[in-house]
Design a binder for this molecule. Structure first.
Ligand code: HEM
Length: 283
């Protein structure tokens, strides 16, 4: 009888221990993130305290600026990442150099790779779900998605009242050259989500001649803050070849948005979509 009781108690503890292991949630990850939108998701889920390193495109929320750097997302440094002893590397799928993800994997670090483009709300929600599942923050993930959906619902109704979409160009100015955002860029995705039409249909970024910009004649031009710095201030916009001949310039319809919105669609999509919508339709 005594033996039977001991056996039953042992079985109970065995089942209890097994269950605990199955429900084990890694709360002490050492996360390194490459991609501003992904960093924002991790912080929005309440896991920011587990982040030990970020890339240069991650500068929101403010605390990310104090974290160790692993380089620009297109110029990542593998040794820099590994020196932070990460247990998990969360990254956009198109980071560079090309084999960086493989190298991190080979170093036995768990890697969660998430898509950046084409940027859609569905992709954002799916990225939130994947990160929250990996961090065992499913409830927070669901809450975050509902919050974004609620915040966007009013805007989406307003967009429907504009069957004729505003004609937009997104320009990036770097080191004296100007590039226009086409398909498969975050800029294009933001224009679409905010209810505008990107006039540029090429893929990625491409330099346009003054004549092409004049011929496209955008109603609104969007620039990022880094481009304004590169130009030497907002009053130097007129140095972009062709811009002064566009309706956007003549009607003072130039919008600038913070760089931090541009590295994948992130959880502040409602914020930037509202800024862009206001600039597109002024209502
Ligand atoms: C040597 C330095 C840099 C390199 C090699 C580089 C490279 C790239 C590449 C390859 C892309 C992707 C273009 C595409 O979607 O096809 C890109 C996008 C971008 N870069 Fe850089 N970049 C550099 C520096 C910077 C700096 C300093 C900024 C300032 C914030 C910046 C801001 C951006 C932005 C806003 C995008 C657009 C993302 C999008 O709309 O999809 N880049 N960069």
């Amino acid at each position: 009888m005594k033996k039977k009781i001991i056996a039953q108690i042992s079985l109970f503890w065995l089942i209890f221990a097994f269950n605990s292991m199955a429900n084990y949630s890694p709360t002490n990850e050492r996360i390194v993130v490459a991609g501003g939108s992904l960093t924002e998701i991790v912080f929005a889920l309440g896991a920011g305290d587990q982040v030990v390193g970020v890339d240069k495109t991650s500068n929101y929320p403010d605390t990310t600026k104090q974290l160790p750097q692993i380089g620009y997302w297109k110029l990542l440094n593998v040794e820099g990442i590994l020196s932070l002893s990460p247990s998990l590397f969360i990254t956009l799928n198109d980071v560079e150099p090309e084999n960086v993800i493989n190298q991190i994997n080979q170093a036995k670090v768990d890697v969660l790779t998430l898509q950046r483009v084409p940027g859609t709300l569905d992709l954002l929600y799916s990225n939130i779900e994947k990160i929250s599942a990996r961090l065992n923050k499913q409830a927070e993930g669901k809450q975050l998605i509902s919050k974004i959906q609620n915040n966007l619902s009013e805007l989406q109704k307003k967009i429907l009242t504009h069957p004729n979409k505003a004609k937009i160009l997104f320009l990036m100015s770097m080191g004296g050259t100007n590039s226009v955002a086409g398909k498969n860029t975050t800029a294009d995705a933001l224009i679409t989500i905010a209810g505008g039409e990107n006039l540029a249909t090429h893929t990625s970024y491409k330099s346009y001649t003054a004549e092409s910009i004049i011929a496209m004649n955008p109603e609104v031009i969007v620039l990022n803050t880094y481009s304004i710095d590169q130009l030497g201030g907002i009053d130097k916009i007129n140095t972009i070849p062709g811009i002064t001949e566009t309706a956007a310039f003549k009607n003072h319809r130039i919008i600038t948005i913070d760089d931090s919105y541009l590295f994948g669609i992130g959880p502040r999509i409602d914020e930037v979509a509202n800024i862009l919508y206001q600039g597109f339709y002024q209502d």
